[in-house]
Design a protein around this ligand. Structure first.
Ligand code: CU
Length: 166
């Protein structure tokens, strides 16, 4: 299948890009990013990918090499679309992943087994030292959730914060 046809089908939501393709280095930058925009947002237990135009609030979260987030607790109103800006104030790579506590724990276990694993979802951002990364998320589920850095060693050291949605 040629590339433009693949893109057309992806745009129309008729085709799901196979994981191997999505993660190949050549596809990663342009193609993959477009495919992700085009794909319909998937409802998760902790919310759904948000439209940046609908974000009503920006919350900055600092990540540091002592394996902490600041703030480590955030309160969100049910239904709110928020831009979470993760600022890596450290000298090493950190990430921020939103989820339910059990989902994040399972995910952290998987990261330990497959340290080189690369993934990208609308509820996570990988942020290099000194950089910023953003997540736009619509919190349309009430509950107690977490944000965590799942890089092996970081999660275990307590790099976790809490999100309360009500
Ligand atoms: Cu980290």
């Amino acid at each position: 299948m040629n590339k433009s046809l693949t893109f057309l089908l992806l745009s129309a939501g008729l085709l799901t890009m196979p994981a191997a393709h999505a993660h190949s280095p050549a596809a990663h930058q342009g193609h993959h990013a477009k495919a992700q925009e085009a794909a319909p947002a998937e409802q998760k237990d902790w919310g759904i990918a948000g439209d940046p135009k609908k974000a009503t609030r920006t919350i900055e979260i600092r990540m540091t090499d002592d394996m902490r987030f600041a703030p480590k607790e955030i309160q969100i109103k049910l239904g709110e679309t928020v831009r979470l800006v993760a600022v890596n104030a450290g000298k090493t790579l950190h990430e921020i992943v939103i989820g339910t506590p059990s989902e994040l724990k399972a995910h952290a276990e998987m990261m330990k087994k497959h340290p080189g694993m690369e993934h990208d979802e609308p509820y996570m951002a990988h942020v290099n030292a000194g950089q910023k990364g953003a997540i736009v998320w619509t919190f349309n589920r009430a509950g107690s959730f977490e944000f965590a850095c799942l890089i092996p060693g970081h999660f275990e050291a307590g790099m976790v914060g809490r999100i309360t949605v009500k």
